[in-house]
Design a protein around this ligand. Sequence first.
Ligand SMILES: Nc1nc2c(ncn2[C@@H]2O[C@H](COP(=O)(O)OP(=O)(O)O)[C@@H](O)[C@H]2O)c(=O)[nH]1
Ligand SMILES: [Mg+2]
Length: 233
Amino acid sequence: MKIIVTGPYESGKSRIIHHLTNGACINIERRGTTIAMDHGLTNVDGMSVFLFGTPGLLRFRTMRKILSSGADGIILVVDSSDPESDARAKLFFREIAFFLPGVPCVVAANKQDLAEARRVDQLRDRMKFLVGQAVMPCSAETGENVDRVLRTLLFLAMMQWSNVFTKFAQYSGSENGLKHLMKDLNVSRDQAVGYLRRFELRKLLEVQVGDERFQVNEKVKKFLKNPNLIMSK
Ligand SMILES: Nc1nc2c(ncn2[C@@H]2O[C@H](COP(=O)(O)OP(=O)(O)O)[C@@H](O)[C@H]2O)c(=O)[nH]1
Ligand SMILES: [Mg+2]
């Protein structure tokens, strides 16, 4: 899955990606500020997760647009300890909703380890745009709840694709996998191939012999059938 991590400058995006990837990430930065992106790969119970952190300075909008393209889920990081960043958080929320309409989002209320951190209900009071969004307290400093944020988002992202994923699991390895997808999902050949390519890139499956067959990665098959399982750790 492709996950975009966005939010204002200094909210903790780079730190969160560092935690989620156990440090196996790159950060293109200048004097401590991300100017291009963070990128890291992690593995959640066999599922590959490609994380892209955006630059938090407003002027890097084009870079954020490019990085956002095709993302399956969004982590919006807000700084629970800094009320002055709330207005910027709103701008980032609006921007990502514009780039990725309808894509699932979890708001990470970061820096909960600090004494001045606000609770989730206080954040909701201050940032009305959070209404209807999943907001989860966490700390990239201690690592508390950070994995939970990602698992929750993966769950929501898989639910978004549940029609397609159920069929992926059902027809994995079958002779006319592609034809079955087209028929059951009532989509054109191009569209069905599009789904396969999209999730081949995300390492959920491999397409075989002239696109007619596909094989789902064995470790992720159970999640495609039952996304709930990703929440069980
Ligand atoms: N106390 C505390 N500091 C944090 C936390 N997350 C990030 N920071 C600090 O906040 C600053 C900005 O973090 P960074 O990850 O670079 O933010 P980014 O600009 O959003 O990528 C750094 O000094 C981090 O050490 C947290 O959960 N708790
Ligand atoms: Mg950064």
